[in-house]
Structures are given as structure tokens and as C-alpha cells.
Design a binder for this molecule. Sequence first.
Ligand SMILES: NC(=O)C1=CN([C@@H]2O[C@H](COP(=O)(O)OP(=O)(O)OC[C@H]3O[C@@H](n4cnc5c(N)ncnc54)[C@H](OP(=O)(O)O)[C@@H]3O)[C@@H](O)[C@H]2O)C=CC1
Ligand SMILES: O=C1O[C@H](COP(=O)(O)O)[C@@H](O)[C@H](O)[C@H]1O
Length: 488
Amino acid sequence: MTDNSPLPVGSFTFVLHGAGGDLAKRKIIPALAHLAKSGYFAAESKIIFAQREALSPAEALAQVDAFLQAAGDEAARQSISALLPFLQTLQVVLGTAQSCVAMASAVANCPEPVVHYAALPSSRFIDLINCIPTVRDPARLRLVLEKPLGFNAKESALIEEAVAAKLDESQVYRIDHYLGKQAVQNLLALRLGNRIFEPLLTREHVAHVQITVAEDLGVENRAGFYEHAGALRDMVQSHMLQLLATVAMEPPVSLEANSLRDEKLKVLRSLKVPQVSGIPEIVVGQYCEGYVKGQPVPKYRDEKGVAANSTTETYVSFRTEVQTWRWAGVPFLIRTGKRMPRRFAEIVIQFRDVPKPLFEPVGGQWVGNQLVIHLQPEDKLELKLLAKTPGERERLKPVSLDLDFFNTWRIPVRDAYERLITDILRGRLGLFLRRDEVQTQWQFVDRILNDLKSHGMEPVPYTSGTYGPSSATAMAMRAGAIWSEDGL
Ligand SMILES: NC(=O)C1=CN([C@@H]2O[C@H](COP(=O)(O)OP(=O)(O)OC[C@H]3O[C@@H](n4cnc5c(N)ncnc54)[C@H](OP(=O)(O)O)[C@@H]3O)[C@@H](O)[C@H]2O)C=CC1
Ligand SMILES: O=C1O[C@H](COP(=O)(O)O)[C@@H](O)[C@H](O)[C@H]1O
């Protein structure tokens, strides 16, 4: 058993903007509460829930509790009262003149650093930034921005200009919560802490790479956001491209934030935009009625807040390439969608076949080696090898070498938001995105969206509870791949 508890930090002030919103109640407040319960916060630290409704700390926590109860998150409910000793509330309606005055007086004489966490729609980011003083010192002021930053490269650039007018880059924490997942950090350790895998991760040895984030949930109560976003802006622009960059980047010179970001940026800049015309390298889909985990679910267009003729994509898969000497020509297949049969996320690295087969194929078909990085629900690595079956025949069968991180360390995996919050409080930027990464990700997604629009490509319906439109299977096969549906 290894100790996984974070080390305490000095005092701070954490202003949570949008404290009444879905993300705050579901993820950020439970993460803060768990840290508070673990004794991580110095006694004089302050947590300020900023929200439009005027509430006392006890009332605000009662609302969070009701939300968590409805969500069935009993574990989080056990912790939230640990926030009370640190908690203040503040009524803020961003965009009004009084909001800046209220914020300034709420944080006056509070411990520094003051962290402003924007769990807000990105349309409100500039209103918040306008209220922040120009203090170019990360020891005094930090800003956390949730994804997506705007809805395209242009909007994102406007937000970034407002940020840069007030703060230095070292004060800005752009969240991609996938980087807070332990499995992603294990991926870095696998690649950069071991000698054996890195030399094999090249075009000479890898046939293709698949990255899947499948969700069983539908749009839930987020149609207001999702209708404008869709899977490309919601998932690809952030999580999927960051996973791709982490798996494909060159080893950085150090683990310092800018070294990692420099290498990821090179990958992001070298991505091939999937072809929409001719033989398409992209499939977009939208879920219709079906069954997920045995329960009937409605079609996307019947969800609350969704237009009856919505053309928002709830699924996307595409083929891209990392156009570098290491990876040129290797298909990278990216897939994400809602209302899939189950929730799983994984990266599959499929190795090429041996140059000359000497053994009998398994079941008449060759199955090459695979390295599978399971991100969720389990955090584990799996190396699929071929071993000789007992007996006289020279026949091979696939076997798996598993490294299950939970069973190895026997400690619960910390939630991604807990890890990210501790890094923010410590001033560690390595798991957050730099401005140029976000901008490059937007340019890639904008190009795809423009191409889809100019070719009139609309989402293909797929049955809820399946892995998306069948055309995605054909698209993968053209890249020599079969989509993995293991998802353990
Ligand atoms: N929910 C999720 O799963 C995820 C969300 N995100 C990102 O997190 C951010 C928040 O998302 P989410 O919580 O879902 O959104 P919600 O709409 O649930 O919450 C947004 C919050 O912003 C507040 N707000 C809106 N306008 C103002 C204003 N003028 N002044 C002050 N507060 C305002 C709302 O206040 P009020 O309560 O008064 O309406 C609400 O509490 C977004 O950037 C989103 O993209 C990122 C990843 C996942
Ligand atoms: O950022 C987002 O991520 C979630 C999926 O996150 P996970 O940690 O549960 O895999 C997704 O549901 C949401 O639409 C998106 O905004």
C-alpha cells in the first residue's frame, strides 16, 4: 500500500465562479470537499462560492447536497460539510458594474494566491477577466479556465487577448480534465520512464493507433451548451487531441510544463485534416432511439432543449496522421460518441505483423501485438502478445500481460479534478494547456467543421446502444483497422 494523499499547501483563496452550475456541483465542489476532508487546506484558506443567487454557505451546500443525492453520489455527500470552515458565498452577476466591486471587496485581505476558477459558460469569461486586477504575479493571482475556450479559434483568440492584457501565461490554467486522469500520467510514465516501449513507437513498428472515448450517457441537461458544441468542439478539440498529442509527442527535454507543451504542440501542428470529399476519412453521427444498459433511451432530437431538426453531431470518428518522420503514414483513428453501449476510454497501439510468419495463424487470422492503455473505467495497461499453445502444433494464441494500477498500488484513484486543483494550488502548470496548444486545436477543428459544412455532410443517425454509424467500420477498415470494443 502506498500513500496517495496530497501534501498540504500554504493558504490560498479559491473563488469558484459558477458555483451553482453542473460542473461545479458534480466535480469541482466534491473535489474541493475531499481535499478539505483530507486535511489538505491550511486553516486560514478561503473558498468563495460566487453565484448569481444570494445564498448563505449552509444554503449553498444544501443545494450541492441535493444535487449529489439526485446524482446518486453518496461518497461525495459524505465530504461536503468539510468545506464549511473555509466557505464564504458571494452574489455575483457577471457583466454588471457591481460584480467587479463585489469581487474586489470579497477577496480584499484574503490570503494569496487568489485563484479565480471560471466554471462558467465561456461567453462569460471576458466579463470575469474584466473584473480581475492587472497583477502579473502567479504568487498573487491565478486564473483557471474551463474548456472549451469559446466555440472556435476566433472566439478563443478574443478571450486570450483579454487574458493576456491582465495576466502572464504562468498565471493561466486552461483545464483539460483528461490530463488530470491518472491513466494519462501513467501513459507519460510508460513512455518516458521505461526503455522498452519508446523505440517501438514509430512508423516502422506501429500499424495504427486508435483512441476511443465512448460514453453511455446522452446529452443529459446540457443541451443549451451541447447544441452549439457537438462532439467535435466538446470532445475532439480538447480531450481527444490532447490524448493524441501525449501518445505521439517526442520525449521532452524535461517534465517541466513548457517542455511538455512544446512537444505536444509540434504534434498538434503536424496533424493531417481528415478528408471529407471523395472517400471520406470522417464519419459524424447523431443518436436515435435505442437501449443502453437495457433501458430505453430517446433520440437526441427528443432530448430536452434540443431542436427537432438539430444537426448537432453526438458522434465523430476520423482518421488523421501525424506528419512527422516518426509517424508519417501511420493512421491515427479517433472516435468519441454519446449513447454508446458502455463508458470506456482507451488508446490502442496496434503493432505491425512479424515480417515473416513462421507459426500457424490463430483461427486462420493473424493478430498482431497490441499495447492497450485503458483510461476508464479501469486504469490499466495491457500488452497483448502471442504465445504458443501447449501440444505439438506450432500454433499461437493471444495472451495478455496486464498491469492493473489499482491492484498494484491498492489505493483509490484520485479524481482528475482533485489532482488538477492541487496542481493549481501548488502552481504546477504541466497538466494544463498553453495558449498556442488551444489555438492549434481550434484551428484543426475549425477546418474540419468548415469542410463538413461546405460539403453538406450532416450526421448519420445511429441506434443508441451501438458504437455509432456502420460507415465508421468501413472507414477504419480502409485504414487497416477494426475498432476495438474491449473497453474492459
Ligand atoms: N458540465 C460538464 O460536464 C462540463 C462542463 N465544462 C465547462 O464548464 C463550464 C461550466 O459548465 P456547466 O457547469 O456545465 O454549465 P452550467 O450552465 O450548469 O453552469 C454555468 C454557471 O455559470 C453561471 N453564470 C452564467 N452566467 C452568469 C453570469 N452572468 N454571472 C455569474 N454567473 C453566471 C450560472 O449561474 P446560475 O446558476 O445562476 O445560472 C451557472 O452556475 C463551461 O465552460 C463548460 O463548457 C467542461 C467539462 C465538462
Ligand atoms: O468535457 C467533457 O467530458 C465529459 C466526459 O468526461 P469523463 O471524464 O466522464 O470521461 C463529457 O461527458 C462532456 O460532454 C464533456 O464536456
